[in-house]
Design a protein. Structure first.
Length: 135
């Protein structure tokens, strides 16, 4: 299956929204049923988070290649790197960062994919390199 800008933006937006739901639901799930807090459950939920990161990175990479806006290309990687750092910081605990920043970066990536889908369409292979416009 060939991944196009449409597919990568849909995949990226859906992945970001599911990541956001995962980040919000996990603490609520633990609050509702404390017995679920086991090493195995935590490991499974972390693996799910990393899978979202991998899918999100692939979608960002493809969408950035096909976007006609230089600003959108840069923002894709800025928000993904931010999300990656925040997700990686959770188990390592280098910094105490409120969860809202993880939510905002996942939401921003999803919104950027939706924006890219609607406004930054490349009609051919050359538009991405020749048309470096801001929004």
């Amino acid at each position: 299956m060939k991944i196009t800008i449409y597919n990568s933006d849909y995949i990226g937006a859906i992945s970001g929204i599911l990541c956001l739901i995962h980040c919000i639901a996990t603490p609520l799930l633990f609050l509702i049923n404390v017995e679920l807090v086991t090493q195995k459950t935590i490991l499974i939920l972390q693996i799910i988070g990393y899978l979202f990161l991998i899918v999100s990175f692939l979608a960002v990479l493809k969408s950035a290649q096909n976007s006609s806006s230089y600003t959108v290309k840069v923002l894709f990687f800025v928000f993904w790197i931010l999300l990656f750092g925040l997700v990686l910081n959770e188990p390592l605990g280098f910094f105490r960062i409120p969860e809202i920043f993880t939510f905002l970066s996942a939401f921003s990536l999803s919104a950027l994919h939706i924006y890219n889908l609607k406004y930054c369409k490349c009609e051919d292979k050359n538009c991405c390199t020749s048309n470096q416009q801001f929004f």
